[in-house]
Write a protein that binds this ligand. Structure first.
Ligand SMILES: Cc1cc2nc3c(=O)[nH]c(=O)nc-3n(C[C@H](O)[C@H](O)[C@H](O)COP(=O)(O)OP(=O)(O)OC[C@H]3O[C@@H](n4cnc5c(N)ncnc54)[C@H](O)[C@@H]3O)c2cc1C
Length: 393
C-alpha cells in the first residue's frame, strides 16, 4: 500500500512512523523548504505518552523532557486557588520543546521518504472506478497513491477535499504569546506548571528540560490588534507574581511568538474514500487543555491499528472517523469553553479567584477532567473497534 502524508508536522511524522511499523509504504510531503524544528513548548499528557510508548517513541521523546508532577492555578499575586497532582497513570506527563519532539520523530523516519518544498494544492480521485487519490503539488506535479493522509494543520488543503467546504478558522477573542527562557528555576524543575489568572489575561510557566522554561501569556483583544513585543508584554505583566518578569526578561524579543486563539467547529466528516484527516487538519483546538498534539499522536496510533486489519482502506478510514470524532469534538468544545471561562471578566471567574468556591471543589473538578482526558487509551479503543464492530470488505 502506497500512502502519501501531506504535512511534516507532529501529526504527519507520527502517522508515518505508525504506518511504517505495520509495513505501509509511506512518503511525507511538506510545503516548507525544511522540516522546521521550531516552536516553543508542549505538554504531553499520559494519554499521549501512552500512545508514544506503543509506537516505540516514548524513550526518545522523554530524553529531552521534564516530567510534570503538578498543575497549579494561581491568581496574579501567586495565591493558589486550585491544583492537581499528575500521578496514578502508567506513563508520565511530560513537557518539552517542540523542536526536541520533532527531532526525536525525525530520527525515527527514513530521510529519503521526507520530501520538502512539496506544497499540496489539491487532492482529487483518479476516477470514480479506481478510487485512487491523486495529489496535485505546487508547480504542476501530480502523484497517485492508494491513500492520502491530510496532516496539513489548521488551514488544511486536504480538509477542503474531504469536507467539500472552505471555512475560515474562528478567532476566540484573545491572542497568545509564547517564549522559551533559559532560566534555572528549581520550583519549575521539580515538575510544577503554574498558570495565573487575571481579568481577561493569563500567564503560564512550565519546565521543558535542559534548564529551560516555556511561558505563555494570553490577553483579550481584537483579532486585528497590532503586534506587541517584549517591552509591552513585560509592562503589561509587571506586578504579577515572580518569576514572571524574570522569564519574560530572559527571553530574546525575536523568540517571542504571538498566535491568535483559533479553532473550528468540530468536524463530523474526517474521511472521503481513501483520503483521511488527522491532527489539526481534522480538529484544530484552542490550547487550553494542552491536547492538540496529544490528539494528533492518538490519531496516528488509532489509524495504524485500524489499517492493520485486512479490509479496504475506505473501511478502515470509516472506522477511524467513527472512533475518533466524538472524543476530538468533546475536547475541541471543552478547550474552547475553558478558554472562554478563563478569559472572561465576569462573575464566574471572579468567584474562583476570590476564594468563594472552596479550593477542594475546584481542585476536584480539575482532577475529574484530567482523569477523563488522560486515562483514555487510544490503542485499546482502536483494537476494540477493530475486533468488535461491523467490518465489511
Ligand atoms: C499557543 C499554543 C500552545 C499549544 N500547546 C500545546 C500543548 O501544550 N500540548 C499539546 O498537545 N498541544 C498544544 N498545542 C497544539 C499543537 O501545537 C497542535 O495541535 C499541533 O502542533 C498540531 O500538529 P499538526 O501536525 O496536526 O499540525 P501542524 O503542526 O500545523 O503541522 C502541519 C504541517 O503541514 C505543513 N503544511 C501545511 N499545509 C501544507 C500543504 N498544503 N502541503 C504540504 N504541507 C503543508 C505545515 O508546514 C506543517 O509543517 C498548542 C498550540 C498553540 C497555538
Amino acid at each position: 500500500m502506497k500512502v502519501a502524508v501531506i504535512g511534516g508536522g507532529i501529526a504527519g511524522f507520527c502517522a508515518a512512523i505508525a504506518l511504517g511499523r505495520i509495513g505501509v509504504d509511506v512518503d511525507i510531503f511538506e510545503r516548507s523548504s525544511s522540516i522546521r524544528e521550531i516552536g516553543t513548548g508542549l505538554s504531553l499528557w499520559p494519554n499521549a505518552t501512552c500512545a508514544l510508548r506503543e509506537l516505540g517513541l516514548l524513550d526518545s521523546c522523554s530524553r529531552a523532557a521534564s516530567r510534570v508532577k503538578k498543575l497549579r492555578l494561581w491568581d496574579r499575586d501567586g495565591r493558589e486557588w486550585a491544583s492537581v497532582g499528575i500521578f496514578g497513570q502508567a506513563t508520565p506527563a511530560l513537557c518539552l520543546g517542540r523542536p526536541a519532539l520533532l527531532s526525536a520523530l525525525l530520527s525515527a523516519v527514513d530521510p529519503k521518504r521526507v520530501h520538502v518544498n512539496q506544497g499540496c494544492e489539491d487532492v482529487s480521485l483518479e476516477s470514480e472506478d479506481s478510487r485512487k487519490p491523486r495529489v496535485h503539488f505546487k508547480g504542476g506535479r501530480t502523484l497517485t497513491f492508494d491513500a492520502v493522509i491530510g496532516a496539513d494543520g489548521l488551514s488544511s488543503v486536504v480538509r477542503r477535499f474531504v469536507t467539500g467546504r472552505v471555512e475560515r478558522p474562528v478567532y476566540r477573542g484573545y491572542h497568545i504569546w509564547r517564549g522559551v527562557a533559559e532560566a534555572l528555576l528549581p520550583f519549575y524543575a521539580e515538575g510544577n506548571i503554574t498558570e495565573a489568572w487575571g481579568k481577561g489575561e493569563r500567564f503560564g510557566i512550565m519546565p521543558i528540560g535542559d534548564g529551560k522554561v516555556c511561558w505563555y501569556a494570553t490577553r483579550n483583544q481584537p483579532e486585528t490588534a497590532s503586534p506587541q513585543g517584549k517591552a509591552e508584554i513585560l509592562e503589561h505583566f509587571r506586578g504579577w507574581h515572580p518569576p514572571i518578569a524574570e522569564v519574560i526578561a530572559a527571553t530574546p524579543d525575536s523568540a517571542i511568538v504571538r498566535t491568535p486563539a483559533l479553532d473550528r467547529p468540530p468536524a463530523w466528516i474526517w474521511a472521503r474514500g481513501p483520503v483521511v484527516l488527522i491532527g489539526d487538519a481534522a480538529h484544530p483546538m484552542t490550547p487550553n487543555l494542552g491536547q492538540g498534539t496529544c490528539q494528533a499522536i492518538e490519531d496516528a496510533l488509532a489509524l495504524s491499528l485500524l489499517l492493520s486489519r485486512r479490509g479496504s482502506i475506505e473501511t478502515a478510514f470509516h472506522h477511524f472517523e467513527k472512533l475518533r470524532r466524538v472524543r476530538a469534538a468533546a475536547i475541541v468544545v471543552g478547550a474552547r469553553w475553558i478558554g472562554g471561562f478563563a478569559q472572561s471578566q465576569g462573575w464566574a471567574t471572579r468567584l474562583t479567584r476570590n476564594g468563594r468556591l472552596p479550593r477542594s471543589f475546584l481542585s476536584g473538578a480539575l482532577e475529574g477532567t484530567f482523569h477523563a482526558l488522560h486515562g483514555y487509551r487510544a490503542g485499546s479503543t482502536a483494537r476494540a473497534e477493530r475486533a468488535l464492530y461491523k467490518w465489511p470488505a
